[in-house]
Design a protein around this ligand. Sequence first.
Ligand code: ZN
Length: 349
Amino acid sequence: MKAFVMQEIGRVGFMEKPVPDIGPRDALIRTTTALICTSDSHTVQGGIGPRENLTLGHEAVGVVEAVGDEVRDFRPGDRIVVGAITPDWGDLASQNGYPAQSGGPLGGFKFANSKDGVFAEYFHVGDADANLAKIPHGISDEAAAYCADMLSTGFLGAENGSIPVGGTVAVLAQGPVGLMATAGAKLRGAGLVIGVESVPGRQELARSYGADEIVDFTREDVHERVLELTDGQGVDTAIEALGADVTFRTAVEITKPGGTISNIGYFGSGDFVSIPRVAWGVGMADKTISSGLCPGGRLRMERLLRVLGGGRLDPTRMTTHRFSFGEMERAFEVSDQKLEDMIKVLITF
Ligand code: ZN
């Protein structure tokens, strides 16, 4: 089969690979639609260390091609989505409620990390009954593909943010994950959602997903403006959806005592993340900092699909570019270099 791989740090391309074998509890999936992610670029840049001919990609939907003898609920022909994270559900971290950390910190992150990813004609899924979800009629492959990571991660930002009904929320950066955090905050019942973003197309999408106010950090001071918008109080929840020191610091500054800084950003460099000491109440301001990696699993995917099915959210508005799998090299370049106001690049197989 044809696979799109990271040949080594900084180099990508196609190669032929054997169709994966499956064990008794696994499934083989024929890929139909996939999305390229900023994380794929991080991986190619060396974010998880060197890799040789590792198939990229972790956001996909497909059709079940084959299942192992012990798989109960899925059969060849089922149209499915699988989370970007495919945990080991028997692991102690999973039993503790944190399946993304199964097998060690971030251990649930297997596609394009500890095993081949989904940018191939077929891919392997372990623990199929626990990791696959059937896509209901009426939900497109494209919409469902957004559940794998964008909805799961964005909504986690809102969930970990403990947003009170009617509460105030700031979402720092409106990339695809930040946009879904904005949508998630609205779905969680926030009374005021402030989107921090400078790119006009992303500002517009943020409004369409529920941002009541937009703060453009290139034109105004985010800290000051958020205080103005919240009568000097700060927000109940600040969602950090970028992964940069400056946004993290701002998130701590604009959160009121008793509030939560919910991080879903990827901090790819440096040894430390700095917390502004005074804004953190010298360590005593009752400000909670939470972190998480997009949860995977069948139940999680089923819940996200239910949100799409209710017509409450259309993630496909984030698709700015479409390519066939054969055009993957160009598609990856567009995503990697954020060309042509790229937000998300969709691949059809
Ligand atoms: Zn992703």
